[in-house]
Ligand binder design. Structure first.
Ligand SMILES: NC(=O)c1ccc[n+]([C@@H]2O[C@H](COP(=O)([O-])OP(=O)(O)OC[C@H]3O[C@@H](n4cnc5c(N)ncnc54)[C@H](O)[C@@H]3O)[C@@H](O)[C@H]2O)c1
Length: 319
């Protein structure tokens, strides 16, 4: 019996790149997305491939999801769910935490219910550095206690918990990946995306949240997908969990704003709102330890600034 995989959040920024990579590797892929944040055009390439099926559905419509996924499987076995669907708008979740509860936690809960019903053995989950909260030490998989400062981070941590509980019961294997800030083409959100949009609307001024000193490691989406695929192939424990990111370099928001201005509207002035963070729930600076995935044999080739430079060119070229 042939097999297939399901990607939730497939029309989003990272999910669409992952879908293309899985198709290129020869997998039959079912993509599912509510298009709440994702875009149909992110599937332009995938839709040309007969091994891709798209389901436009919200994971919170559990019964519809059961039916549509079962129909798309067409008698094959569903081996792995790559669960990326979530609310990626952190400020929105801070002003209305029910958004994160619904689209980050409950979407995970419903994915697990579907997996239990359809007897799917493997789950890969897109978690986040936000689960660690605002810590001064280099964030490693061993860091704790974990006190997230955004409802997004809280619902990601809660999702990790409900996933490991399911592993105790009906799942066979789980991969939890904690990403830092990921940048690149097909972005649906994020600072570069916002800066480009703002400059297109008002080419003479760029308003930046915070004072520009926020300092974080950025990873290009192509390298993230490499790492996700690499760790999936090379790690084979029941519970596999990795930070994926950049540890030897980071970039400031000031540098990012300057890169975008140079690319989009070189004469624009940059106006900082002030304050050490962009919004309530923003972790202004952190360092990531990627020792664990490095030991497995993966590390990024681009520095944080190189990842930003490439992403700025890509995102500016798209609008
Ligand atoms: N981009 C980053 O820097 C970053 C960092 C850490 C973790 N992550 C995680 O990686 C994953 C992908 O992020 P992204 O940047 O591609 O965000 P994204 O918003 O582009 O993609 C998420 C997708 O999920 C879909 N979605 C949301 N709720 C849904 C629901 N209830 N049912 C079905 N679809 C739903 C959205 O429409 C969107 O297409 C997310 O889980 C995110 O939390 C991203």
């Amino acid at each position: 019996m042939s097999s297939c995989v399901l990607v939730t959040g497939s029309a989003g920024f990272i999910g669409s790149h992952l879908t293309d990579r899985l198709l290129a590797k020869g997998f039959t892929v079912i993509g599912l997305d509510s298009l709440m944040l994702g875009r149909r055009e992110n599937h332009k390439q995938a839709l040309k491939n007969p091994d891709f099926t798209f389901i436009h559905e919200d994971l919170n419509n559990k019964v519809e999801c059961f039916k549509k996924i079962q129909a798309a499987i067409q008698g094959r076995s569903l081996e792995t769910v790559w669960h990326l669907a979530a609310n990626s708008d952190i400020p929105k979740g801070m002003s209305d935490p029910s958004v994160d509860l619904t689209h980050t936690f409950m979407s995970t809960y419903h994915v697990l219910e579907v997996m239990k019903f359809l007897k799917v053995p493997n789950l890969v989950f897109a978690s986040s550095s936000a689960i660690y909260g605002d810590r001064k030490d280099a964030l490693s998989e061993e860091s704790g206690p974990l006190f997230p400062i955004s409802s997004y981070g809280a619902m990601k941590l809660a999702s990790e918990g409900i996933i490991t509980a399911a592993l105790e019961s009906y799942l066979k294997k789980v991969w939890i990946y904690r990403f830092p800030n990921v940048v690149g083409s097909r972005s649906t959100h994020g600072a570069i995306f916002d800066f480009v949009k703002k400059l297109r609307a008002t080419p003479e001024i760029l308003d930046v949240l915070g004072d520009g000193t926020q300092d974080k490691p950025y990873l290009h989406v192509s390298e993230l997908i490499d790492a996700m695929a690499f760790a999936f192939e090379k790690s084979n424990d029941r519970l596999n969990f990795f930070n994926i990111g950049q540890e030897s370099s980071s970039s400031t928001v000031k540098h990012m704003a300057e890169l975008v201005v140079k690319q989009v509207s070189p004469k624009a002035k940059i106006r900082y709102a002030g304050g050490d963070r962009g919004w309530v729930g923003d972790v202004p600076a952190f360092k990531f330890s990627i020792e664990k995935i490095k030991r497995l044999g993966w590390s990024p080739k681009l520095t944080s600034n190189q990842a930003l430079e490439r992403a700025v060119r890509e995102i500016a070229g798209e609008s």
